[in-house]
Design a protein around this ligand. Structure first.
Ligand code: ADP
Ligand code: MG
Ligand code: MG
Length: 247
């Protein structure tokens, strides 16, 4: 599904990713852990096609296509979803408007009919229920005045509505209390745990992995994957720290 080979990327001439290789098959959830400043968010941004992130070497293939060749909206329409460490606020635009617009533009790109207002609301209600987010929240402006936990839940509702093939979730667990963590973890499982879908779960802490069991765990340090293993690697990192494990 996703194949990253020898990826090098820089921002403002500063080299951040340094020969990163990673392969994620359909039906797999991979966790990426690593110290602060390792390049985890940079990897997410490069996959999403954020401007300013320059790929200087290497390749990324997604579902048989050259991902780096696609514009950000084409990547999204092709089924790539990005969840951000710091979700943006959009004053003046409600979640419902924003999500319906996003979904219908992706459907249009794929040659599918747009959803009507009624059909969309039904879908939004279903996904909001899954994430225990009040529909009233979805009528408010995107993320404006949302708590950290509400932003992350709203983002998972967004993922549920867009129904991507592949999700890159950057520190979706940051700022969540124990109840929100469980809700978000169960949301990720119910939306993405299928034989056709894959997830790259970027996280500092192993606690989210208690809810979302990864098939593989990788340690990213200094811009490349330095160690890979099974779920036990996350527990080992929690106990021993990155210094020992990723040295
Ligand atoms: P992580 O998510 O693993 O904590 P990041 O990908 O956010 O790491 O950052 C990796 C490195 O890139 C850090 O050293 C950070 O300071 C640097 N960096 C991030 N954004 C920029 C930028 N816009 N300009 C210059 N350096 C940046
Ligand atoms: Mg960080
Ligand atoms: Mg980060």
């Amino acid at each position: 599904m996703l194949k990253i080979e020898n990826l090098h990327a820089e921002i403002d001439g500063k080299k951040i990713l340094n020969g990163l290789s990673l392969e994620v098959n359909a039906g797999e959830i991979h966790a990426i852990m690593g110290p602060n400043g390792a390049g985890k968010s940079t990897l997410a941004y490069v996959l999403g096609g954020r401007p300013g992130y320059e790929v200087t070497e290497g390749s990324v293939t997604f579902d048989g296509q050259d991902l780096l060749d696609l514009a950000p909206h084409e990547r999204a329409s092709a089924g790539m979803f990005l969840g951000f460490q710091y979700p943006v606020e959009i004053p003046g635009v409600s979640n419902v408007q924003f999500l319906r617009e996003a979904l219908n533009s992706q459907r249009k790109y794929r040659g599918e009919e747009p959803l009507s207002g009624g059909e969309f609301l039904k879908l939004a209600k279903e996904k909001a229920g899954l994430l225990k987010l009040d529909m009233e929240m979805l009528k408010r402006n995107v993320n404006v005045g949302f708590s950290g936990g509400e932003k992350k839940r709203a983002e998972m509702v967004q993922m549920g509505i867009l129904d991507p093939q592949f999700a890159v979730l950057d520190e979706t667990d940051s700022g969540l209390d124990i109840d929100a963590l469980r809700t978000v973890g169960e949301g990720i499982n119910s939306i993405m745990r299928t034989p056709e879908k894959s997830v790259l779960l970027i996280t500092h802490y192993q606690r989210l992995l208690d809810y979302v069991k990864p098939d593989k765990v990788h340690v990213l340090a200094k811009g490349r994957i330095v160690t890979s293993g099974g779920p036990e690697l996350a527990l080992q990192l929690e106990n021993e720290g990155y210094e020992t494990v990723a040295a």
